[in-house]
Write a protein that binds this ligand. Structure first.
Ligand code: SF4
Length: 197
């Protein structure tokens, strides 16, 4: 039987810069491809280029670093065989975090942490599986539409508001929204502020 493989754009060791696990060293596995084509996308390069990589090749790369946490991001990871990738990493003893736009209802049941960042379309089923719903907020954000995500908050799922591109007007808007909805949290892209790579 052919072994699964994934089109990988890049693999690098860094520190999680945003969201609930800010400050955590982790290996980032960025899968290639995303059909969403958001105008503010800061990883457009990942939509095009990737190298076909199987589990053996991937695990050999990860072994170079001491971290046991892997963040699968993109692009959009669920456009590829995400359950098989999670399984390969979990079977090798890694803590697995997923960053997804949630547009595809994928089996992420073996992942340790799931962050869904909704864009033009999101699957309600994926919102229910999220540990964190991370909403990018900019001047064009429909604030009425944003509030519908608050309905998914519960003991497992937390809302984070992340200012688009760390712009001050977007930070100010997030702070205003948070003050009216204090169970949510602010997510700054600290890796950009601190120039961490
Ligand atoms: S969903 Fe994410 S990766 Fe895809 S285009 Fe939008 S911002 Fe970029």
């Amino acid at each position: 039987m052919p072994q699964p493989s994934w089109k990988v754009n890049e693999i690098f060791y860094s520190v999680q810069g945003e969201g609930k696990h800010t400050g955590m060293p982790a290996v980032f596995v960025r899968l290639a491809g995303c059909r969403m084509n958001c105008p503010f996308c800061d990883t457009k390069y990942a939509a095009r280029e990737g190298v076909e990589t199987d589990a053996k090749q991937l695990l050999a790369r990860l072994a170079a670093w001491p971290a046991k946490a892997v963040i699968i991001t993109g692009g959009e990871p669920a456009e590829q065989n995400l359950p098989a990738l999670i399984a390969a990493l979990k079977d090798a003893g890694y803590e697995v975090h997923i960053e997804t736009n949630g547009s595809i209802d994928a089996d992420v049941s073996r992942a340790d942490f799931v962050c869904v960042s909704p864009k033009k379309y999101v699957s309600p089923a994926m919102l229910k599986k999220a540990d964190v719903i991370k909403i990018v907020v900019g001047q064009d954000t429909d604030l009425e539409d944003l509030r519908k995500y608050y309905a998914y908050e519960n003991a497992k799922t937390q809302i984070y508001l992340q200012p688009e591109s760390n712009k001050q007007e977007n930070i100010d808007l997030c702070v205003k929204l948070l003050k009216n909805h204090p169970s949510a949290r602010l997510s700054l892209q600290t890796h950009k502020l601190a120039n961490i790579r």
